[in-house]
Write a protein that binds this ligand. Structure first.
Ligand code: GLU
Length: 298
């Protein structure tokens, strides 16, 4: 299988300029290294009717193209189940009956990092599990043998973060993002993962899981986010931030694309032109504050 990069949007609403900028970067990283570029819709959770079609239309409109068909996670449950079965057969999972509130209120284990699962259900006996199962369906957690892991990132260098007994399958039966992303990237031949740097803290968990599944760890590049004027991550409520909003205040798609390229220190005009001079070493390392475009929100 030839190597590939990808963009993996969650179809929970329209893409905003921050998501589009990340997509442009993922495309540039893949295309500039001769990789295929894949489009994967992460629709296991929070999918909104119609959102996928709008996202794909907007990506195409700014010049992001992809190879092959669109892959949807809801079509791939068999792959996730097979991976969880393999881990379970190796003794690397356990059932967890904790409600979110119980986890928040549980005293954290000694030396456990902030936010790590305290291990409440790690050593339940079969009788205890059976009685808990009668009350509440179980989630499936990874039985992690490490507390942290280190990954290499093209933009961040070496990054060490928490690995805990994270959830692989939620108790409503939905596969967890951390499992699905690792399985999909491997199955699709993705060996370069470019995404927003809000996901960097999850990456050591994913790399550790990949190692347990004998999957090669991809190259990672976690790119800076786009922020609003208050320094918070850009969101839909921040005025005209989607292509549709911007069109409504008189800003054409090409102008948005050019503003995004210029924010990356790249020439405007087309993604192809930007590709000709793209060099990850020259990328800004700081978040970009969305200056607003067009209309009264600008
Ligand atoms: N679906 C995730 C998101 O939209 C991205 C996951 C990834 O790129 O690994 O935030």
């Amino acid at each position: 299988m030839t190597s590939a990069g990808r963009f993996a949007p969650s179809p929970s609403g329209e893409l905003h300029v921050g998501n589009l900028r990340t997509a442009i970067l993922a495309w540039l990283f893949a295309r500039s290294t001769g990789r295929r570029f894949l489009m994967r819709v992460e629709d296991l959770d929070r999918a909104r009717a119609g959102a996928e079609a709008g996202q794909l239309r907007d990506l195409a409109a700014i010049g992001v193209d992809w190879d092959g068909g669109v892959v949807r996670q809801t079509d791939r449950e068999h792959l996730y189940a097979a991976a969880i079965d393999r881990l379970t057969a190796a003794g690397l999972t356990y059932e967890c009956f904790c409600a979110r509130r119980e986890i928040q209120e549980a005293p954290s284990a000694p030396h456990a990092p902030q936010g790590a699962y305290p291990g409440t259900c790690r050593n339940l006996g079969e009788a205890e599990r059976a009685s808990k199962r009668a009350v509440r369906p179980a989630a499936v957690r990874l039985r992690a043998a490490v507390a942290e892991a280190t990954v290499r990132d093209v933009l961040h260098g070496s990054f060490t973060g928490v690995v805990d007994d994270f959830v692989l399958r939620r108790n409503d039966g939905v596969t967890a993002y951390n499992l699905a992303v690792v399985v999909d990237d491997a199955a699709q031949g993705v060996d370069q993962v470019v995404r927003g740097d809000d996901l960097l803290p999850s990456t050591p968990r994913q790399a550790y899981l990949a190692s347990l599944l004998n999957i090669p760890v991809p190259e990672y590049a976690h790119v800076p986010l786009v922020l609003n004027a208050d320094g918070a991550r850009l969101a839909k409520r921040d005025g005209a931030v989607t292509l549709a909003d911007l069109a409504a205040v008189g800003v054409a798609v090409d102008e948005v694309r050019d503003a995004l390229l210029e924010s990356l220190g790249l020439p405007a005009g087309s993604l192809r032109q930007a590709l000709a001079v793209f060099d990850p070493a020259g990328l800004p390392r700081e978040p970009w504050v969305w200056p607003g475009m067009g209309g009264p929100d600008a």
